[in-house]
Design a protein around this ligand. Structure first.
Ligand code: FE2
Length: 336
């Protein structure tokens, strides 16, 4: 290993193809991203992966020049092998394998969810938080215990971000999904006055959104005001997550909360978490929005942490894992 380790990371789990380069001190040397946006509807994995293939070489070249390095200076290649969409994951993995093999660099497997947490910790200074990870594809309450990030609550069906987006699309109020800095559901909810009766589903430590989504759309069809439906819908959705997080906090006794993932940018969700945290005298950290979105930097940084603890993977074993759970990943760097 060189005196200042430099790792190049590749992200391609969903709609973003990202290449990030970081060094051992936590400096972000490069952060280049290309985002696939479907013309209409949700993400089409195959179309996204084709788009990734077409932009990958430009993105990686740009990252190297931004970092003012060549492949010679790169110590290892990190890649997000999951969880995510099969075709998208395979594109990133193929490119990472090719780089590792052609330039004779070690390949480091990175779990996308772990990477969201590690970049959040790096950028906020949180050390050992209870993590609320809410994005388009994930809804997870997790915290470190005995060598791994353990799950203290998750969704049984849809992810929170996906639930909000599908509702907005079906209600005909999106795209665009963001209005004046708010998710479009939050935006209309802020104008709502009445709370309507909707399902609130917490089962044990887990949440479920599909019943809530169906019922909210039904209210719309029945003619209830959009603003009131949005308000009732988001109050239940956010409160369910906060309730599960509160249980996780009580159970683990952690003194910090870290919010990560695209939905963490919601000022409404954040203030709910802050109110709850105050009660327990717990500090709340928010990953900067730019790095809450998928990016290659988080993969590079997590890869670097893993690499320093001897984690690498032979190229012929580097399969993608669409449903790679966070609690299947050893986290040797937390022991220090
Ligand atoms: Fe993500």
């Amino acid at each position: 290993m060189s005196s200042n380790i430099i790792v190049l990371g590749i992200e391609s789990t969903a709609h973003t193809f990202g290449c990030g380069i970081v060094d051992e001190k936590g400096n972000i040397l490069a952060d280049v991203r290309g985002e696939y946006t479907p013309v209409k509807g949700g993400i089409h994995p195959r179309e996204a992966s084709q788009y990734f293939t077409s932009i990958a070489h430009t993105i990686i070249r740009k990252a190297l020049s931004e970092a003012k390095v060549t492949m010679k200076n790169i110590d290892a290649i990190a890649v997000a092998l999951g969880p995510g969409l099969g075709p998208c994951l395979r594109t990133g993995a193929t490119i990472a394998r090719a780089l590792a093999s052609y330039f004779n660099k070690p390949l480091i497997p990175v779990n996308h969810a772990v990477a969201h947490i590690e970049i959040g910790k790096l950028l906020t200074g949180a050390k050992d938080p209870l993590v609320i990870y809410v994005s388009g594809g994930n809804t997870l309450i997790t915290a470190y215990a005995k060598g791994r990030y353990r799950i203290f609550g998750e969704t049984l069906d849809l992810a929170l971000g996906n639930t909000l987006d599908v509702f907005a699309r079906e209600a005909g109020i999106a795209p665009p999904y963001i209005i004046e800095g708010y998710h479009v559901v939050d935006y209309y909810a802020n104008k709502g006055k009445n709370i309507l009766d909707l399902p609130y589903i917490v089962k044990g430590q887990d949440v479920s959104f599909s019943g809530l989504l169906t019922a909210a759309l039904r209210l719309l069809r029945e003619g209830y005001p959009l603003e009131d439906v949005c308000l009732s819908f988001r109050e239940n959705a956010y409160n369910m997550v906060v309730e599960v997080a509160e249980r996780g906090l009580a159970h683990t006794g952690k003194k910090e909360i870290l919010l990560v993932g695209g939905v963490a940018a919601s000022p409404i969700l954040r203030s709910k978490v802050e109110t709850m945290a105050k009660y327990y005298n717990v500090k709340v950290y928010l990953t900067p929005p730019k790095y809450s979105l998928d990016n290659g930097v988080m993969i590079a940084w997590t890869g670097l942490l893993a690499y320093k603890h001897g984690v690498t993977i032979p190229i012929d074993e580097s399969y993608v894992k669409q449903r790679w759970r966070i609690d299947e990943v050893d986290i040797p760097w937390m022991e220090e």
